[in-house]
Write a protein of this length. Structure first.
Length: 279
């Protein structure tokens, strides 16, 4: 058992890690976890000497059902209630699978149900009870939550993304950085899955943000591009107050460890203007 996953010191920095659904689930069917990848990630997490909060995406578990019932549109009719139940059941299944795999590798994970501690307004987080997160972190636990269907003061219920939750928790709990783990190396100037000549954008600052967003192409229809734009938009508030946000490829073995140890890896970093390129 590694001590770093089970002990906690107030002096240790807090890292919020988003486990992207595109990385941790398989695309060849619904409700399929990429177990070898998650096991590799768990081994890395067990050796990281920092406080950690994990937020996982839905991937092939939550999106198909939520889309079929129009959950993202808010409450419209009673038939959607079954859809909410099915969506949450799928997400709970994924959360528990991750919990078991992480625990098997001595990561002291403790799952949080987002819908029990979060309230939204038109899909944007309105309030989150962060005290249980803080208390469990201080005991040495690694809180785990996910994007979820939550109560919404305007639309009855709504879907709050894992990206939004990761940034919100980082802001409220004073995290040193947020790491978005996905299945590509970072932000590219076009979809790298469609264009083999796409260029990785290594650094984005608030000053260069609008230019980079235009280069990505807001009208692109691919899921990966929409996901990247979402991550960029969620990251602005953190970067503007001096925090670092990184997007990296979870499918590259050792990426997490090398990043945290300060090594140079293929990734995109969102950093304050004062640390960015001057040209």
């Amino acid at each position: 058992m590694t001590h770093s996953a089970n002990t906690c010191s107030p002096s240790k920095e807090l890292i919020v890690l988003k486990l992207g659904g595109s990385a941790i689930t398989r695309k060849d069917g619904d409700h399929l976890l990429d177990r070898p990848l998650v096991e590799a990630i768990a081994k890395e997490l067990a050796g990281i000497d920092s406080k950690l909060i994990l937020v996982h995406g839905a991937g092939s578990f939550g999106h198909p059902v939520a889309k079929r019932y129009g959950i993202h549109q808010g409450y419209r009719e009673r038939g959607q209630l079954r859809g909410v139940t099915e969506t949450k059941s799928s997400m709970l299944q994924l959360t528990m699978m991750l919990t078991e795999l992480l625990a098997d590798h001595n990561v002291a994970v403790i799952p949080f149900l987002s819908s029990s501690c979060m309230v939204a307004s038109r899909g944007r987080l309105l309030r989150v009870d962060t005290e249980p997160f803080r208390m469990m972190l201080d005991l040495g636990f690694v809180p785990l939550c996910s994007g979820d269907v939550v109560a919404d003061v305007e639309t009855g219920f709504s879907i709050v993304s894992g990206d939004q939750i990761a940034v919100y928790l980082a802001e409220r709990l004073n995290a040193a950085r947020v790491i978005f783990g996905c299945d590509v190396d970072g932000v590219f100037d076009s979809d790298p899955k469609m264009n083999p000549h796409a260029n990785l954008i290594r650094v984005i600052t608030p000053r260069t943000l609008s230019e980079k967003v235009r280069s990505i192409g807001e009208s692109a229809a691919t899921d990966v591009t929409k996901g990247m734009l979402g991550k960029i938009n969620e990251s602005v508030s953190l970067v503007s107050v001096g925090r670092e946000v990184v997007i990296l490829n979870l499918r590259r073995p050792g990426n997490l460890t090398r990043l945290i140890q300060g090594e140079d890896i293929e990734c995109t970093r969102f950093i304050p203007d004062s640390r960015g390129p001057t040209a």
